[in-house]
Design a protein around this ligand. Structure first.
Ligand SMILES: C[S@@+](CC[C@H](N)C(=O)[O-])C[C@H]1O[C@@H](n2cnc3c(N)ncnc32)[C@H](O)[C@@H]1O
Length: 288
C-alpha cells in the first residue's frame, strides 16, 4: 500500500456523495430492478416453513433501503396474507434515517414490521453471540456491501448459518467478468482498501454451499474521470479505486496505469465519445 493514499470509504460523507453519483451515472439500480422483477419472484416462492404466518427477512448493509424495499414488495406479492418482519443491519445513521423516511412514505399499508440495528455486521454477529441468540431468517441479503467487512469468509459463513429451513441468501456484487474485477485484479494490491469482493465464489465453494449465479449487464459512464480538474470525475475515480482524491494522492506510475487501464477493454468501451465502464452484476442466490 502507498502511504499518501487514503480509503475513500473511511470518509463517510465523501463516500456517500460518490456513491450517489455512481448510482446517477450507472445503470446499477436499473439492473437490480430487472433482477428483482424477472428473477426474484421465482427465488422467493419457496421460502418459509410450511404454514408460516410470518416471514423473517434480514438486510445487511441496507443503505437507504431503496432496493430492500423493492425486495420486500416482491416477497409480499409471492406470499399474500403473510406478514413480514424485516431486520436491518446498517452502521450509517444517516442511511438508516433515509430508510425510515422511505418506510413512512411508502410502507404504511404494508403488513411489514421493522427492527433497526445501527451496527456493522461484525457487531451484530458479536451481539447475537453474546446474547446467545441465533434468530433464523427466511431471506437474507447482502447487496454491494462485502467490500467493507473485516472478513468475507467469516461474514458469508455466519449469515448463511442464520438461514431458516428453505431460506435463501442473496449476494449482489460486481460480476467476475466485469470492469471492477479487472481493475482490482490489475491494481488492487496497491490501493489502500482490500478487494473483498474478489473471493466470494471461492468461499461458497469451500463451504460446499449450493448456489446459482445470475449475471446481468450494467454500465457506468466514467467519461468525466479523464477530464483533469472535473469535480464529478474526481468523485467517480475515487469511487472506482476507493481512494480519496486518487489523481492527487496516487503515485505517478499507478495513476498512469489506472487511467490507461480504465479507458480500455476489458474495463470499458468507447461509445459516442463516451467511456462506458463495464458494471455488470452477479446475483448469487445461496440455498440453506
Ligand atoms: C455500497 S453501499 C450499498 C447500499 C445498498 N445495499 C445498495 O446497494 O444500494 C454499502 C453499504 O454497506 C454499509 N456497510 C459498510 N460496512 C458495513 C458492515 N461492516 N456491515 C454492514 N454494513 C456495512 C454502508 O454503510 C453502506 O450503506
Amino acid at each position: 500500500m502507498e502511504s499518501s493514499m487514503k480509503s475513500l470509504s473511511l470518509d463517510r460523507s465523501l463516500y456517500f456523495k460518490s456513491f450517489e453519483l455512481f448510482i446517477e451515472r450507472s445503470t446499477e439500480h436499473q439492473c437490480m430492478k430487472k433482477f428483482l422483477d424477472e428473477n426474484l419472484p421465482d427465488v422467493v416462492t419457496g421460502i418459509g416453513k410450511m404454514g408460516a404466518t410470518c416471514l423473517n427477512v434480514l438486510g445487511v448493509g441496507s443503505g437507504s433501503g431503496k432496493i430492500d424495499f423493492e425486495i420486500l414488495g416482491k416477497i409480499q406479492s409471492k406470499h399474500p396474507g403473510v406478514s413480514i418482519h424485516n431486520e436491518v443491519v446498517e452502521p450509517n445513521p444517516h442511511q438508516i434515517s433515509k430508510y425510515k423516511e422511505l418506510v413512512k412514505e411508502k410502507g404504511e399499508d404494508l403488513n411489514i414490521s421493522f427492527t433497526w440495528n445501527q451496527l456493522r455486521s461484525e457487531e451484530y454477529e458479536k451481539q447475537n453471540k453474546e446474547r446467545k441468540e441465533s434468530k433464523k431468517f427466511d431471506f437474507i441479503h447482502m447487496i454491494q456491501m462485502l467490500y467493507f467487512v473485516e472478513s468475507v469468509p467469516d461474514t458469508v459463513k455466519y449469515f448463511h448459518s442464520l438461514l431458516e429451513t428453505n431460506g435463501k441468501l442473496l449476494i449482489i456484487q460486481p460480476s467476475g467478468n466485469g470492469g471492477w474485477h479487472s481493475l482490482w485484479k490489475k491494481s488492487g494490491s496497491r490501493f489502500p482498501t482490500k478487494s473483498g469482493f474478489l473471493g466470494v465464489q471461492k468461499v461458497l465453494d469451500e463451504m460446499r454451499a449450493k448456489y446459482r449465479i445470475y449475471e446481468l449487464p450494467s454500465d457506468m459512464d466514467i467519461t468525466e474521470c479523464f477530464i483533469e480538474g472535473n469535480e464529478k470525475g474526481k468523485l467517480l475515480l475515487g469511487f472506482l479505486t476507493d481512494v480519496a482524491d486518487f489523481r492527487k494522492t496516487a503515485p505517478v506510475d499507478l495513476k498512469a496505469e489506472v487511467l490507461h487501464y480504465l479507458r480500455h477493454p476489458p474495463c470499458s468501451r468507447e461509445e459516442n465519445g463516451k467511456v462506458i465502464f463495464n458494471n455488470d452484476l452477479h446475483f448469487i442466490v445461496v440455498d440453506n
